[in-house]
Design a protein around this ligand. Structure first.
Ligand SMILES: [Zn+2]
Length: 333
């Protein structure tokens, strides 16, 4: 571990104080419109005595809304009398991105989920990541990080964990996924794990669960209900909030290999031929990319590389070469 300088972030909350605190992670950010200004990242700490600590985050990507909707709500309503231990809530982790309504930060184009472990002397996004890496993750026993598809993808609503080398850690993560009780539960693989918050938490041995709950740069009534119920369920499962887990039926999905992902190879207009949740055979056309520069061109067909259920799709009507067009997953059992 290199000898890193201290984080420039100052919390206005005391993580060891009892009761409810609403405050900020204050990060100095000197700029044209605010010479000695700061980025003020909202944080809530709810503590009642000894017990485990949950770290709940939304807005890791700034254009995904189920997490922030569930977590601002939880921060406002969770009664410390119902808590045993500590709940740390950061509803909008990449706060500059969240305020801009964009996936990455408008300040430095930082993608929070590719910025870990961060740097105390780096960009604004790297400084936030570094604070999570060295100050918040070490406090947590269980970490729940909300995602959805943002402006460019739409997902079946699922809670997920990763297959891990430590099988006991993996078992605990999937038990928390089951407790979340989303309509779908996923054994997830990642395209690109370097710099992910997930990887940082898992390498520290934390129980880490994540979600993909919808997308398109907005939320739906159903996906917000899933997020709110799932958050309380994970806290109940961890023994931090009193009451029984409200289980709902879930379908387990598995992403066994990179064959899950299909990418556009041309620019054009996407026609989704299969809807989310529909089953396909290997070789089925799941989408067509229509050339738009002139008439008469044949569409590029995107075929399923494996049998499965359509789990995610490109959201806007226009695509570029390299965009993720479709994601399939296997239904277990
Ligand atoms: Zn995301």
């Amino acid at each position: 571990m290199p000898n890193l300088r201290p984080s420039p972030i100052t919390p206005t909350v005391d993580f060891d104080a009892e009761g409810v605190q609403h405050g900020f992670l204050r990060l100095p950010y000197s700029r044209d419109d605010s010479a000695w200004g700061s980025v003020m990242i909202p944080i809530c700490v709810i503590r009642n005595g000894e017990g485990p600590t949950a770290l709940l985050t939304g807005g890791n990507h700034g254009d995904e809304y189920e997490g922030p909707l569930a977590l601002y709500d939880l921060a406002r309503t969770l009664d410390p009398k119902d808590v045993s231990g500590t709940v740390i809530i950061v509803p909008a982790m990449n706060y500059p991105a969240f305020r801009a309504g964009t996936r990455t930060s408008p300040i430095d184009k930082g993608n929070m989920n590719r910025s870990f472990p961060g740097r105390p002397d780096g960009t604004v996004t790297e400084k936030i990541a570094d604070y999570f890496q060295r100050h918040l993750l070490p406090r947590a026993d269980i970490v729940l990080d909300f995602h959805s598809g943002g402006k460019t993808l739409d997902f079946l609503p699922f809670c997920a964990a990763h297959v891990l080398p430590d099988k006991e850690q993996e078992r605990k993560a999937f038990a928390a996924v089951a407790a979340f009780s989303a309509p779908y539960s996923m054994r997830m693989i990642e395209i690109d794990t370097v710099g992910m918050y997930d990887t940082a938490a898992e390498e520290m041995g934390k129980v880490f669960v994540t979600t993909e709950l919808g997308g398109g740069g907005t939320s739906r009534a159903e996906t917000v209900r899933i997020a709110r119920r799932g958050t309380l369920n994970v806290l109940r499962h961890a023994g931090i909030v009193s009451g029984a887990v409200e289980t709902q039926p879930t379908r387990w999905l598995d992403m066994p290999s990179g064959d899950c992902f299909s990418f556009a190879e041309d620019d054009g207009m996407i026609e989704t031929v299969v809807d989310l949740g529909e089953s396909v055979e290997k070789g089925t056309v799941v989408a067509r990319i229509h050339p738009v520069g002139r008439t008469g061109g044949a569409p590029q067909e995107i075929r399923a590389k494996m049998a499965g259920v359509l789990t995610a799709r490109h959201f806007p009507g226009l695509v570029k070469a390299g965009d993720c067009a479709a994601v399939l997953a296997l239904v277990e059992g």
